[in-house]
Design a protein around this ligand. Structure first.
Ligand code: AMP
Length: 131
């Protein structure tokens, strides 16, 4: 199992933001901004565009619901959706609450947050997702 499959299965800890039977969302451990979230399929698939049309549509619908929760928890101009996947070979969408273009500059220094701060952020998004 790859690392993100283990996270979705609860075998590796993560700061959970949202889930359903098919998809899982959790905080990026090296966040660009508070609320930077990763959305993944539970199924092991590396390249997002290897998903079939129905699965990618459901994935986007789930990501949209998570983005709405993020925006409610962390007011921003827009939530950016970014797909890279160069580091972890398991399809994932980055959702990043954005106040300016620099918030989505992956080369910039990442935030250093305490476990308590990560937990508070995840709880806030999770609460919005449940509404
Ligand atoms: P990329 O594959 O280029 O989209 O980058 C993978 C992203 O996953 C990076 O932003 C990492 O900080 C993040 N990441 C890697 N391992 C973990 C983990 N165990 N928990 C949360 N985020 C992770």
């Amino acid at each position: 199992m790859d690392i993100f499959s283990k996270i979705a299965a609860g075998e590796i800890p993560s700061y959970k933001c949202a889930e359903n039977e098919e998809f899982y969302a959790f905080l990026d451990i090296n966040p660009l901004v508070k609320g930077h979230t990763l959305v993944i399929p539970r199924r092991e698939v590396d390249y997002i565009f290897d998903m079939d049309d129905d699965e990618i549509a459901r994935f986007q619908q789930f990501a949209k619901r998570v983005a709405i929760a993020i925006k409610a928890a962390f007011p921003c101009i827009k939530v950016a959706e970014v797909v890279l996947g160069l580091e972890v070979p398991h399809a994932h969408i980055h959702l990043i609450p954005m106040q300016s273009e620099s918030d989505v500059d992956f080369k910039r220094e990442k935030l250093k947050l305490s476990p308590e701060e990560f937990q508070q952020i995840a709880d806030k998004i999770y609460a919005e997702f449940q509404k």
